[in-house]
Design a protein around this ligand. Structure first.
Ligand code: IP8
Length: 254
């Protein structure tokens, strides 16, 4: 693979693009503003990955406790829920002037024994080369072992950042960064990870592990040379500056 040194991977958190308290309630205002910021930044090679928030997660959680067929139907419905949110994200990006193109992890990723084994990298690179902005999301993915599994957008984003040798991975959160107590950490170094993980708990409605999982994924990418940044996606202008490579308030990992 040719090194894509100027590729940026952007993860839009579910808590930013949806209202988490109400099932399937998008935060249309935030999605459209973020789309405009992405358009204005005009990053040459950008991959967008979004989370589920109030789409995907409630359904996935409810069906995980159901027997057999009911669980399978619920997983299918979970995927459809993510498709609806993906439709909003992609159409908002298009409306803002970004050549966004949806890629569906359910049909693209290879998962074996619960592990992510293939990312469909060829297709992602092909779209980037063609001048498109691929848009992926956390999804329900068939496991080659015979079951289905939920892969978080965080894992997809960090794995893509590593495999594409991205320069930067930006996580948009609904808070100002990684928080311990009342303090936002400016930087989390590898040697501090264990300590910090003790203080950040998985957030309740998230089937994929919330902020904890994000940090673990962030470290995977940063240990492979990707610059990882957590910023508040609800504060107008921060994403634009971060995409432009300017210094913004938030947490740097690595
Ligand atoms: O919000 C979740 O993606 P995430 C995807 O990035 C599903 O963890 C299907 C719940």
């Amino acid at each position: 693979l040719v090194s894509d040194l100027n590729t940026v991977v952007l993860k839009l958190g579910g808590s930013v693009i949806t209202s988490k308290a109400i099932p399937e309630r998008p935060n249309v205002h935030a999605v459209k503003r973020l789309a405009r910021e992405v358009a204005e930044a005009s990053v040459e090679r950008l991959v967008v990955v979004h989370g589920g928030g109030s789409f995907g997660h409630p359904m996935a959680q409810a069906c995980s406790r159901r027997p057999g067929d009911e669980r399978l139907a619920g997983l299918s419905a979970t995927h459809l829920s993510m498709l609806r949110l993906n439709h909003l994200v992609v159409s908002s990006l298009l409306e803002a002037g970004v050549n966004a193109f949806p890629l569906h992890p359910s049909s693209l990723l290879r998962v074996g024994g619960g592990r992510l084994e293939g990312l469909g990298l060829d297709l992602v690179s092909h779209l980037l080369d063609a001048g498109m902005t691929p848009v992926l999301y956390g999804d329900v993915v068939p496991d080659l072992d015979g079951d289905l599994t939920i892969v978080s957008g965080d894992q997809i984003a960090s794995s893509l950042a590593v495999e594409l040798q991205a320069e930067r991975l930006i996580f948009c959160l609904d808070v100002d960064g990684i928080r311990v107590g009342n303090r936002i950490l400016r930087r989390v170094k590898p040697e501090d990870l264990e300590d910090v993980l003790k203080f950040v708990q998985p957030s309740a409605p998230d089937v994929t592990g919330g902020i904890r999982n994000k940090l673990v994924e962030a470290f995977k990418a940063s240990s492979r040379g990707v610059r990882v940044l957590f910023i508040n996606g609800l504060k107008p202008g921060l994403l634009l500056d971060a995409l432009r490579g300017l210094e913004v308030p938030g947490t740097v990992v690595g």
